[in-house]
Structures are given as C-alpha cells and as structure tokens.
Design a protein around this ligand. Structure first.
Ligand code: ZN
Length: 138
C-alpha cells in the first residue's frame, strides 16, 4: 500500500459540513461528486498528500444512511492507495481478509475501489483504491 489516500467521514449534510471542514482545514472543497452505485454524494478536500472525503447519503436506504443510523456522524473508512488493485485484492484474500466486492468498482474521484469487511479489521472499514488509467480496459 502506497499511502493513506483519503479518510472518509460520514456526515448528515454536505451543505453544513463543507463550510465546517473548509474552516477547519483552511482549504476549499475542490470537488463534489455523486456516486450512484453507492447512493452517496461526496465532497473532497486536499490536505497535503491525503484527502478528506465527506460522505452524505443520497438516498434513505444508502450505506451512509444506514451507517448514520447505527453510529452517527464520524469516521467511516480509511482508504489506502495501491499500485495494482487486483493484485492487492488477491494478496488480502490470501491473508484471510474478506472483500466486500469481488471485482474492483468505480468509486469517486476517478478511482477503482474495493472494500474489506470490517469484521476482520478491528471494525475499521478499509478501502483500497487505485487511480483509473486511460489504458485500463476495466
Ligand atoms: Zn473513500
């Protein structure tokens, strides 16, 4: 794994949390994006090498809505950048981690992503992500 690419924070309202994190980080939100497959709206801040991804549920039954119901607002996941997501998925599987998706899927911010089941990672939801390249055929 290359670095912590971003930390995902579940929030109830992007319109309230974007100005809050702007103030906190002294940085502007550089991108907002809806990820339809996950039923979330995201907002990104850059902080050096790492980003903060705010996540708001786009629908009442989305993963973030369920997370907020159970745990309230707060840190939702840690995302690590990897060189080769398929290779890393294979490695993690061999190590006994449980992947939540068998194939890399399209995430926010031009990434291919995969998640690990938190039951094997001390209840921390781990995302691995790889920048999508132009020559990729998946
Ligand atoms: Zn993420």
């Amino acid at each position: 794994m290359v670095k912590v690419e971003h930390i995902g924070v579940a929030v109830r309202s992007l319109s309230e949390s974007i100005p809050l994190f702007s103030k906190l980080l002294q940085a502007e939100c550089y991108k907002t994006e809806e990820v339809e497959s996950e039923k979330v709206r995201t907002a990104f801040f850059r902080q050096g090498e790492t980003k903060i991804e705010l996540l708001e549920s786009a629908e009442a039954d989305g993963v973030i809505a369920r997370f907020l119901e159970k745990k309230g607002e707060g840190i939702h996941h840690i995302a690590f950048e990897v060189e080769d997501i398929r290779e890393e998925m294979q490695r993690l599987k061999k190590e006994g981690f449980v992947l939540l998706n068998e194939e890399p899927k399209a995430g926010a911010d031009n990434k291919l992503v995969a998640f690990l089941h938190p039951k094997n990672t001390n209840s921390v939801l781990i995302e691995i992500c790889q920048e999508k390249k132009l020559d990729m055929n998946y």
